[in-house]
Design a protein around this ligand. Structure first.
Ligand code: ADP
Ligand code: 5GP
Length: 203
């Protein structure tokens, strides 16, 4: 009898899109649907919103501490977004990939482009709102930001939308269910690529 051993390399998946499009919501739901992947927790200088705990969605640090980490090469990528600094700890990504676990990065468009430059095999997914009016409605409806912050994020949204051309996939977040399903399909197909697969056939 011959044997066939198939081994897959873990994926780095980047999810980006304008503020309020539903990235966190979609990624939260994604984890009920895929196995063998973990979510990276970013470092940020943004103040915690009501109810946000350190180490949950973010590690909240001072600007000095952020700059120290950045200067010491601890960040896979970093960017200034809506007036605050955000970055992805490199060690978590390397350790998870080393264990064979994939990583999902929910980061802004500048960060997505940086990751692709450093790791061309990363899969970049751009989340689009069904309409601009709906994006505005979601940003305002979230109820976590002041009027000034919402206005700033809306002004940035148009610029962020233009980055979709740098991404591998475009998913419309019309309903959470269909957006999650689309991303599950992307992850499944991408992990089956021959370029990520080692096949050993023993006759
Ligand atoms: P982001 O992480 O992109 O900034 P959030 O996940 O915080 O966005 O979502 C912004 C708001 O939109 C939240 O109130 C969320 O519940 C809502 N939302 C997300 N996805 C959808 C959707 N498909 N349909 C309707 N509302 C949504
Ligand atoms: P928020 O303040 O709403 O949580 O996030 C604001 C923006 O920063 C979002 O577009 C989010 O995806 C992005 N972001 C979060 N973490 C990172 C990160 O580590 N790097 C980059 N480049 N962007 C991030």
């Amino acid at each position: 009898m011959s044997e066939i051993a198939v081994t897959r390399s873990p994926l780095v998946v980047v999810i980006s899109g304008p503020s309020g499009v539903g990235k966190s919501t979609v990624v939260d739901h994604l984890f009920g649907r895929i196995e063998g992947m973990r979510r990276s927790i970013s470092v940020t200088t943004r103040r915690p919103r009501g109810g946000e705990r350190d180490g949950d969605a973010y590690y909240f640090v001072s600007v000095d501490e952020f700059e120290r980490r950045r200067n010491e090469g601890e960040l896979l990528e970093w960017a200034e977004v809506h007036g605050n600094l955000y970055g992805t700890p490199a060690r978590f990504v390397d350790e998870e990939l080393g264990k064979g676990t994939g990583v999902i990065l929910e980061i802004d468009v500048q960060g997505g482009v940086s990751v692709k430059e450093k790791r061309p095999e990363a899969v970049l997914v751009f989340l689009l709102p069904p309409t601009i009016a709906e994006l505005e409605r979601r940003l305002r409806g979230r109820g976590t930001d002041t009027k000034e912050i919402i206005a700033r994020r809306l002004a940035n949204a148009r610029r962020e939308l233009e980055y979709y051309t740098r991404y591998d996939y475009a998913v419309v977040n019309d309903t959470v269910g269909t957006a999650v399903e689309d991303i599950v399909n992307i992850v499944r197909a991408e992990s089956l690529r021959l370029s990520r697969t080692a096949i050993d056939i023993a006759y």
